[in-house]
Structures are given as structure tokens and as C-alpha cells.
Design a protein around this ligand. Structure first.
Ligand code: GLN
Length: 250
């Protein structure tokens, strides 16, 4: 299959090598005989909600977020309809914040968001920085762990009844208090975890690919055949150990 990926604002939202997530998706798709067509979507570019099986948006400083936020809001309706139609989404940090209803920056200015995720974000005075370890269960009975790195001023508040991506084992997570990290809405995942995230958590890359393939075929998502992930498992171990040692320390 050809999997079409819309990469939102790669020129602005790409800190902590977030574009590495695309490289992992491409490699793991290719090892199963699938191809990834990655199409950058920038400021002023058209956005066709029927053109993609997977959307990706990375993280960035408040300044970069402010530069793209008005254009993202203009694309908001089309992005929400793509999500409702079952397109898979991975949104990291600054991109995650702007797929919520908005982000109030440290200077008090409000950046409107897409409202795909039921949440809002407010910048705090101290940044939440460090390694993170989460427990999560995207499919019933399939417990996994996620390891990554966070660096954000934003405190993200999920609406009552919203589904977090995972429970914080070590780290700050959405707001350093709730004990939860990220948000999930159907096939859309939002997270503060950089690193990049997918090289050390290959199971999540496969989950996203399976969702994108399900959207492409109209069938139920099927688990992909396993790969030799020894190297990724070692990267996970090192990252998880760092989180155990120093995650969430103020
Ligand atoms: N600028 C946002 C914040 O500070 C997001 C940062 C990021 O993407 N790492 O919270």
C-alpha cells in the first residue's frame, strides 16, 4: 500500500529531531512492503482532508507556534473532518497543544487551536524538562510503556471525560499534577514526548501505521508482523532508566 502522510509545518515545528518520527514510520512501513508518501503542508498551502491516511505535527517554541497558529486554525475544519473520517494523527508537544482549543503563552497572548483534542494549555512560569516514562493501553488488554523526553512551559488541562494517552510513571506529563500525559481521540494521539518518540517506542509506530492502513483500506486495524527491534529495545531501556533516575524532578 501507499500510505499518504501530511506533515504539518515541518519548517517550523521540528525541535528535538521530531522529524525522526517520520523516518521511523517510513522505514517500518517499507520493511512490510508499504510505501510512505510524505507531503509537507506549510503556511498558505492547501489542505485536502481526503488526501491523507496519517497526519503528523511536531513541536516548537512559542515563537514558531505563533507563526503558524493562524494558518492552522484556517485549516481547522478540514483537519477535524479528516480526523472524524478516521485519519490517524500523531501530534507532539507544541503541535499537540495547538490541536487542542488553544495555548495561552507566557506573555498572556492566546494562540487559537484546531479543537481536535478536548483540552486547553496555559504556559506556566517554570519549564517541565526531563525524561518521561508512561504506561498506556491503546487497545484493551494491550498494556505498553512509552519512554521519551519532555520540555514544555505549557500545562495542558484535559476536559472532564477526556482520554489521556497514558499514566505518568516518571516525569511531569500534561501539567505535572494530574499524573496523566497526552490525549487520545480515536486514531489521534497527542503527547509531550520528544526524543524523537518513535525510534525508542517502535510498538507505537506500528500502531499508527496499522491505523493509517485501516483508513486506507476501510478495514479494521490489523497488527503488523513483528520486526527485530533489539536496537530500539535498548534505546527504550536507556531512556526508561534515565526517567526512573531523574524524570519529573523540579
Ligand atoms: N512552546 C511550547 C511550550 O513551551 C511547546 C514546546 C515544545 O514543543 N517542546 O510548552
Amino acid at each position: 500500500m501507499r500510505i499518504s502522510v501530511g506533515h504539518l509545518y515541518p519548517g517550523y515545528l521540528n525541535i528535538y529531531a521530531d522529524r525522526g518520527n517520520i523516518a521511523v514510520l517510513a522505514r517500518r512501513a517499507a520493511l512490510r512492503g508499504h510505501g510512505l508518501d510524505v507531503r509537507p503542508v506549510g503556511v498558505g498551502d492547501p489542505f485536502d482532508s481526503n488526501a491523507y491516511h496519517l497526519l503528523y505535527i511536531g513541536g516548537g517554541q512559542d515563537r514558531e507556534q505563533a507563526l503558524i497558529a493562524p494558518d492552522l486554525v484556517d485549516k481547522g475544519e478540514a483537519i477535524r473532518s479528516a480526523h472524524s473520517a478516521g485519519v490517524a494523527v500523531l501530534a507532539v508537544c507544541g503541535g499537540y497543544q495547538l490541536l487542542g482549543r488553544g495555548y495561552r503563552g507566557r506573555d498572556g497572548s492566546f494562540m487559537g487551536g484546531v479543537g481536535l483534542f478536548p483540552l486547553e494549555t496555559v504556559a506556566g512560569t517554570r519549564r517541565m524538562i526531563g525524561d518521561v516514562l508512561l504506561e498506556c493501553e491503546l487497545d484493551p488488554g494491550e498494556a505498553h510503556r512509552l519512554a521519551g523526553f519532555e520540555n514544555h512551559a505549557g500545562r495542558t488541562l484535559l476536559d472532564r471525560g477526556a482520554t489521556p494517552l497514558g499514566r505518568v510513571v516518571h516525569g511531569f506529563g500534561n501539567d505535572g499534577e494530574s499524573g496523566f500525559e497526552g490525549c487520545r481521540s480515536g486514531r489521534a494521539l497527542g503527547t509531550y514526548l520528544h526524543g524523537p518518540l518513535l525510534p525508542r517506542n517502535p510498538w507505537l509506530a506500528d500502531w499508527l501505521l496499522a491505523q493509517a492502513l485501516a483508513h486506507a483500506t476501510g478495514e479494521e486495524a490489523q497488527p503488523l508482523e513483528p520486526l527485530d527491534d533489539e536496537l530500539a529495545a535498548e534505546a527504550f531501556r536507556v531512556s526508561a532508566e534515565r526517567a526512573r533516575k531523574r524524570g519529573g524532578q523540579r
